[in-house]
Structure formats: C-alpha cells, structure tokens
Design a binder for this molecule. Structure first.
Ligand SMILES: [Fe+2]
Length: 158
C-alpha cells in the first residue's frame, strides 16, 4: 500500500510515464477540454488534460481530493478556500512541472485559459481504491462547461 504522495512521486520520477492498459480508459471531451487517464494506482487516478484556448471553466467541485501538475500554456486558476475566499493564480511556461497543493474534496475551483490553452496533469485522490476510472470532467459537480459536457456526463456517469 502506497500513500498518494508516494504514487504521485513515482509518476513524477518516471518522467510522467503513461500506462496504456487502464481498463475503461478512453478520450473524454467537453466543450472546453479533452483528456485521458494516464496512471491509475490504488486510490490515485492521474489524467492528462488539454484545456482549449480561451475557455472559461466555471467554478465546480469534485468528490475527490485534487492536485495538479502544470505543464505548459496560459492558465489562470481560481480556488475557493475553506473560509469561502477565492484565490487566483496565473500559470505560464515558467511554472512547468509545478505541483499544486492537495485541495480537499468538495472545494470549488475554476479555470480560464489564454490564447495557447493549457496542458496539465490532474490528480484525483479518492478515499478508497478505484475499480473503474473516470475523468474529472465526468466526476464533476457544478455548472457544466456546455452541451457537449452535459451529454458526456449523462452518458458516462454511473
Ligand atoms: Fe476541477
């Protein structure tokens, strides 16, 4: 049994190796994003995300604790603190490989991208090991990203 920190550390030490035999994996896409799962181990699911250029992903939350590794592009990320204040951070290529702090399940966050869009790894940390993997875009609570996203959630959410 590994801790989530140990699993994330192994993923980073592997130079972000992608597993290619994850059952149920697919390309997930919405009005603003496309993604696929690249690492699934115990209670940790790591997803490679492309956020399209000039999109605004509204504030939302997930039923898992959340961490990200920023890769490249232009991103402004907002996050709600437990006292409901919203903090915002801008990411550019100078932040490549930045590992965020773990955000507890249920806290709201949102994203705005610039002309180049953004690539990142999104890390889901669940309470228990996951039998099946799903995108964070499907395990999503809040205002949707649009009709494509709503259709994907209706189709794929158990
Ligand atoms: Fe999210």
């Amino acid at each position: 049994m590994s801790t989530p920190e140990q699993i994330v550390d192994r993923f980073r030490q592997s130079n972000y190796s992608h597993q290619h035999d994850i059952p149920g994996n697919r390309i997930f896409y919405t009005d603003s994003t496309s993604s696929t799962i690249v690492w699934a181990e115990e209670n940790v699911v790591i997803e490679y995300y492309l956020l399209f250029p000039n999109v605004d992903v509204p504030l939302h939350s997930h039923p898992f604790a959340n961490q990200m590794i920023f890769l490249s592009g232009d991103l402004t990320a907002s996050r709600e603190l437990p006292d409901k204040r919203i903090v915002t951070k801008k990411f550019t290529d100078a932040d490549t490989h930045y590992l965020g702090t773990i955000m507890p399940a249920g806290l709201c966050h949102g994203f705005v991208t610039g002309d180049r869009g953004c690539a990142l790894y999104n890390i889901q940390i669940w309470d228990k090991p996951r039998e099946t993997v799903l995108s964070a875009a499907i395990e999503y609570l809040g205002t949707s990203m649009g009709p494509i996203h709503e259709k994907a959630m209706a189709k794929l959410k158990p």
